[in-house]
Design a protein around this ligand. Structure first.
Ligand SMILES: *[C@@H]1O[C@H](CO)[C@@H](O)[C@H](O)[C@H]1NC(C)=O
Ligand SMILES: *[C@@H]1O[C@H](CO)[C@@H](O)[C@H](O)[C@H]1NC(C)=O
Length: 293
């Protein structure tokens, strides 16, 4: 009798503690030795969607895990979160690395794709519902992933990043690097040239391209808002879209939304007075991904 109630108590307590962020050490090919953590909610869906969440410079999987409300959305909606982590280059992603800027070229991007493959296989994930998001360096890497792996990602959301290949030709991509040309918004390219960087990352690819949301603060002096305009020009060129509408006050007061085409494939958000990093808007992002109502 006592044993039974003890057991009930322990089982109840386990449920209440719920899922936690777990490290995975053996997830497949990992050319740059990055780390994988995963959050699988207790009520994981039968064929779950998967979101790759990428931390900013100096961050980590555990830091980014506790920086947004995504884990509680995962609890409510049954999707899986992959938290990749790098300890190289001041914990910044290798967005300047030609390997990451090339489909199946390796780099941090290659390790992240291994994590996606591992997760889809292990948890019967829905390969048509794989997403990527991140802040700052993680947002830059979001654009890298969307450009180099259009076959893997259905959509992405970048909070204060730069265009795919903006850092190409730079030695590193950290706030301490002497070369801040990209982050200061000083790289000059036509939309066609920006688009070519994406197309050249996976020559011959003719399939579907990821949909994207680009968030940025107009008061960001570390990574200038110009970088987000370049990313939008790039994706508009790749997706064959034009800016159709500018809507003040969306998603809230200080923001202005830029709608490309009918808005289902590309949206920008610029926050007046918003600095670095533009706060993650989980609701706006997850609605765009199609993961919540
Ligand atoms: C991931 O899976 C895809 C599809 O099975 C495969 O083509 C690709 O080589 C895999 N990539 C890695 C890095 O494991
Ligand atoms: C600085 O980085 C950019 C890419 O962001 C690159 O095009 C340029 O050549 C680099 N400048 C120097 C002096 O290395």
């Amino acid at each position: 009798m006592l044993l039974t109630s003890l057991f009930t108590f322990v089982a109840g307590a386990t449920l209440a503690w719920g899922a936690s962020l777990e490290q995975v050490t053996d997830f497949g090919s990992n050319p740059t030795g990055i780390q994988m953590h995963i959050y699988v909610p207790d009520a994981v869906a039968e064929s779950p969607a998967v979101i790759v969440a990428l931390h900013p410079c100096g961050g980590s999987a555990t830091q980014w895990f506790s920086s947004t409300q995504l884990p509680s959305y995962a609890d409510q909606n049954g999707f899986i979160l992959i938290y990749a982590g790098t300890t190289q280059m001041s914990n910044c992603w290798d967005v300047q690395n030609p390997d990451s800027l090339t489909h199946d070229g390796g780099g941090d991007a290659g390790g992240i794709i291994s994590m996606v493959n591992y997760t889809l296989e292990r948890y019967n994930g829905d390969a048509s519902k794989v997403y990527v998001m991140g802040g700052s360096s993680g947002a830059m890497m979001t654009n890298v992933m969307a450009g180099s792996y259009p076959d893997v990602f259905e959509a992405g959301a970048a909070f204060s990043g730069v265009a795919h290949a903006c850092f190409a030709g730079a030695e590193s991509a950290t706030p301490m690097s002497p070369n801040q040309t990209c982050a200061q918004g000083q790289i000059q390219h036509t939309p066609e040239e920006w688009g070519n960087f994406v197309r050249n990352s996976y020559p011959g690819y003719t399939g579907k391209r990821p949909r994207l949301q680009i968030f940025h603060g107009n008061a960001d002096f570390l990574v200038r808002a110009e970088c987000a305009h370049q990313a939008l020009e790039q994706w508009a060129n790749v997706l064959g879209l034009e800016l159709t509408q500018t809507v003040p006050g969306v998603p809230s007061g200080e923001y202005t939304q830029e709608i490309y085409g009918d808005g289902t494939q590309l949206q920008g958000f610029f926050g007046e007075g918003v600095g670095h990093i533009a706060p993650v808007n989980e609701q706006v992002m997850l609605r765009f991904f199609g993961l919540i109502e």
